[in-house]
Design a protein around this ligand. Structure first.
Ligand code: MCN
Length: 771
């Protein structure tokens, strides 16, 4: 039986569920010291004095360091020239929570107290928190030498006005995709130990090799003396591929104190210091005919970057622009974007990173077209879909060629599962009954770009290329170890990659283990992001396993004095087809692989090992159709999700249990963005108002519905597994389904759009006005 496609329970769960996982903060090397930041209380200010005497006088404090001590080191890597983020603020602070100084002490409580005892004097400057304020004439500048708060601007190549003129109808929307916090269970943490024989850094990170490479360069030490280990990682959602100051400071502090040094963020620190996500504004125009066919789409994206242009943050509007047309055949599409700095926490990748923003907008636009034409939203989608026979489909942007999909089939399955006609009938009934809650149904036929693999797609990230690696090693007893280049943070790669390898090698799943996240054992990796783990690293596992099997078969054939073609791998052994009982076990073949006298001439000892760096010719384009049914209480505006149907297409599914789990997690974040979450700043002072989980609303299980999951499968032609990523799908598809449902419920009151989060209060106001 094939394990690919089977609901195998997760290998990692017994360890994690019995509290035997190892996260950075569980580690305590001997003589560990603890670091805490002195952070800015101001959104924008010049720092005029730092007085550390009080902290230094506290027994147990090992030292206090500021930007003055870092003059020999560059700023954090990856930012645009002259706009890089300093490790510790130099002269000017640009957001509340920005590290200004660092204290190291014997324990973390003392370090925190001592950080509180450092006196900082500020000369406050005016702050801007949103793009309108940051781009207004005379706005205070974050980087006066740059001359503007606009960091990058890609102009519209074609204004499409002539195309709009030719359409029967035209509509516009302004949409705000609000700022969200990533909120992984484990905030940022790291330990650095600069020992006599080299540096070891344990970091909760999604890309340990990436960190090793940059860190060694930054510290000017050889890579053989710089080991980075990402142990168990408690989620990341994109916010753990970011260059945080502590990752670079911890090694220096360890060197300076002669002690291992740990940083471990509190939740409140994480809410202002971990990068945020989304924070885009969209101005969109759409031209269409009375029959609902969309002819032209123009999208202007404005990206709030926060205080410093993060390298991944800069890429977000690019991905949004690429995916602007979603799964529709729109003859004319034009996009432009601007990225703008503000006095807020820097913005970077967050689950979906630029694609949820695109999917949300195009799916709101299609609903608006339905509204203005009086057609059903499902019918408008059907009329505009790219038909399945049109793949590969070249979009309005060169690198983006959709690989495969069947959008009509996904929608049909979704409508079947939600019982669309029945829901519409019930909606009509409730509209006539003022005592009944309002009912709305929202669709989201989303498409995203994932499987970051083709060369060039991640060049800006690590300057390495965009491959991913896997090494398959057969142990002398015939068990196997897979070393994977991608290092997971909740996705279940131990399980997934063992399934793939077991199918290819014929070695039982239980006898395969998967290792990752240690630069001393895995030669090179890129990282887990952009839903690439399965399409890239998983594919490398598959092909490397196939290559090992070819050599193992040669050895088995030699031992059995049989032809390789006559062998089949079954029951953990190489069997000669048609000759029952003539077989040699995997264990025997593995032993023989180290015994020159038992090997065929062409194979040297130790040949049952293969390392592969796998590049794919293109991305993968997961898609799906989601439907959401909501009830709205007419008195309070409270939204209840009655039904959420999720039809996904990720090509070949490796493990339906894990794939569904990934979708559930992403959908939870998508629903939560639609209804609850928003990072809020005081617009005048730049003070963050959502710095803990009382003020920042993250849903818990009772706030979320059960899900009805469906699936279609169009295999991806760009990798040998036929798999598309699924790690971000839920977060991409869910927000539009929920908001479309709410707007649908409120449409009798003339509502065409409400910005996220669509709180009960917003809806209540609409209903009050309608009265
Ligand atoms: N899978 C499958 N079949 C497929 C694709 C995926 O069975 N065709 C399953 C596999 O079990 C695989 C998992 O889904 O282990 C995710 O695979 P993939 O879609 O390739 O994504 P990655 O492994 O690259 O994970 C990255 C993705 C991203 S970008 C974010 S953000 C994210 C996410 O995954 N953050 C997460 N999932 C998360 N899950 C947890 N628990 N925590 C996070 O922070």
């Amino acid at each position: 039986m094939s394990l690919v496609g089977a609901k195998v329970l997760r290998k990692e769960d017994p360890r994690l569920l019995t509290g035997r996982g190892t996260f950075v903060d569980d580690l305590a090397p001997p003589r560990l010291a603890h670091a805490a930041f002195v952070t800015s209380s101001q959104a924008h200010a010049d720092v005029t004095a730092i007085d550390a005497r009080g902290a230094l006088a506290m027994p147990g404090v090992l030292g206090v360091w500021t930007a003055e001590d870092l003059l020999d080191h560059p700023d954090l890597p990856g930012g645009p020239p002259d706009l890089e983020r300093p490790v510790l603020a130099r002269n000017t602070v640009r957001f509340v929570g920005e590290p200004i100084a660092v204290v190291v002490a014997e324990d973390r409580y003392l370090a925190a107290d001592a950080a509180g005892a450092v006196q900082v004097e500020y000369e406050p400057l005016p702050a801007v928190t949103d793009v309108a304020a940051a781009t207004a004439p005379g706005a205070p500048l974050l980087f006066p030498h740059h001359g503007s708060n606009v960091i990058a601007a890609v102009p519209m190549m074609d204004d499409l006005e002539a195309d709009f003129e030719r359409c029967d109808l035209r509509a516009s929307l302004h949409l705000v995709n609000q700022r969200c916090a990533a909120v992984p269970i484990e905030p940022v943490a790291c330990i650095a130990d600069w020992a006599v024989d080299g540096l070891t850094v344990w970091a909760t990170f999604q890309a340990p090799h990436h960190l090793r490479n940059y860190l060694a360069t930054w510290l000017d030490i050889p890579q053989n003396q710089c080991r980075v280990i990402a142990p168990d990682v408690g989620g990341g959602f994109g916010a753990k591929i970011v260059w945080y100051p502590e990752l670079f400071l911890a090694p220096l502090l360890s060197k300076w104190t002669g002690r291992p040094v740990k940083f471990a963020q509190t939740r409140s620190e994480a809410m202002v210091q971990m990068t945020h996500g989304r924070d885009q504004e969209h101005d969109v125009d759409v031209g269409f005919d009375r029959d609902g066919r969309i002819k032209a789409l123009r999208l202007i994206v404005t990206q709030n970057l926060g205080a410093y242009p993060d390298p991944t943050g800069m890429g977000l509007p690019v991905l949004t622009s690429w995916m602007a047309a979603g799964c529709y055949r729109i003859p004319k599409v034009a996009t432009s974007f601007r990225t703008v700095v503000t006095n807020t926490t820097p913005v970077a990748a967050y689950r979906g990173a630029g694609r949820p923003e695109a999917a949300y907008t195009i799916e709101r636009v299609v609903d608006l077209v339905a509204r203005r034409t009086g057609l059903d939203p499902a019918e408008v989608r059907r009329r505009n879909f790219i038909p399945p026979q049109d793949f590969p489909y070249a979009t309005h942007n060169d690198p983006v060629v959709y690989d495969s999909g069947d959008f009509p089939a996904a929608l049909a399955e979704c409508l079947r599962l939600v019982d669309y006609d029945q829901v519409r009938a019930e909606q009509a009934r409730r509209r006539d009954d003022p005592a009944a809650p309002l009912l709305g149904v929202g669709l989201s036929c989303w498409l995203e770009i994932a499987g970051f693999g083709p060369n060039g797609s991640l060049e800006g990230f690590g300057h390495l290329g965009s491959w991913e690696s896997a090494q398959v090693r057969i142990q002398p007893d015939g068990s196997a170890i897979i070393f994977a280049g991608s290092s997971p943070h909740g996705q279940g790669h131990e399980t997934t990659f063992a399934q793939i390898a077991s199918d290819e090698l014929g070695i039982p799943y239980e006898r395969i283990s998967v290792r990752f996240g240690d630069t001393a054992t895995v030669l090179q990796g890129i990282g887990t992001m952009g839903s690439r783990g399965v399409p890239t690293s998983g594919s490398a596992v598959k092909v490397a396993s196939q290559r090992v099997l070819v050599r193992a078969k040669k050895i088995a054939a030699h031992l059995l004095e049989a032809a390789e073609e006559d062998l089949e791998v079954r029951d953990n052994a190489f069997n000669v087809r048609g000759t029952p009982g003539k077989k040699v076990s995997w264990g025997d073949v593995a032993w023989a692989s180290f015994q020159p006298l038992r090997l065929p001439e062409e194979l040297p000892p130790g040949s049952l090992e293969e390392r592969l760096f796998m590049e794919s010719p293109n991305f993968s384009y997961p898609s799906g159709a989601y439907a959401c049914v909501v009830s709205i209480d007419r008195r309070t505006g409270r939204v209840t999700i009655d039904k959420m149907v999720l039809v996904d297409d990720c090509g070949t599914v490796i493990n339906p249990l894990l794939a569904e789990g990934q979708v559930h997690g992403g959908v939870a974040q998508g629903i939560s963005q639609a209804l609850y979450e928003q990072v809020v700043y005081d617009p005048d002072t730049g003070q963050p108002l959502t710095t803990n989980l009382l003020d920042y609303l993250v849903p818990s299980a009772p706030d979320l519905p059960g899900y009805v999951a469906g699936r279609i499968s169009t295999p991806c032609p760009n990798n040998p597994l036929g798999a598309k990523g699924i790690g971000e799908s839920g977060a991409v598809g869910a927000p539009a389904a929920v908001v479309n449902a709410i707007v649908d419920a409120l449409s009798p009151f003339g509502v065409e759009h409400l910005d996220m989060p669509v709180t009960s209060e917003k809806i209540w106001r609409v209903l009050q006005e309608a009265r």
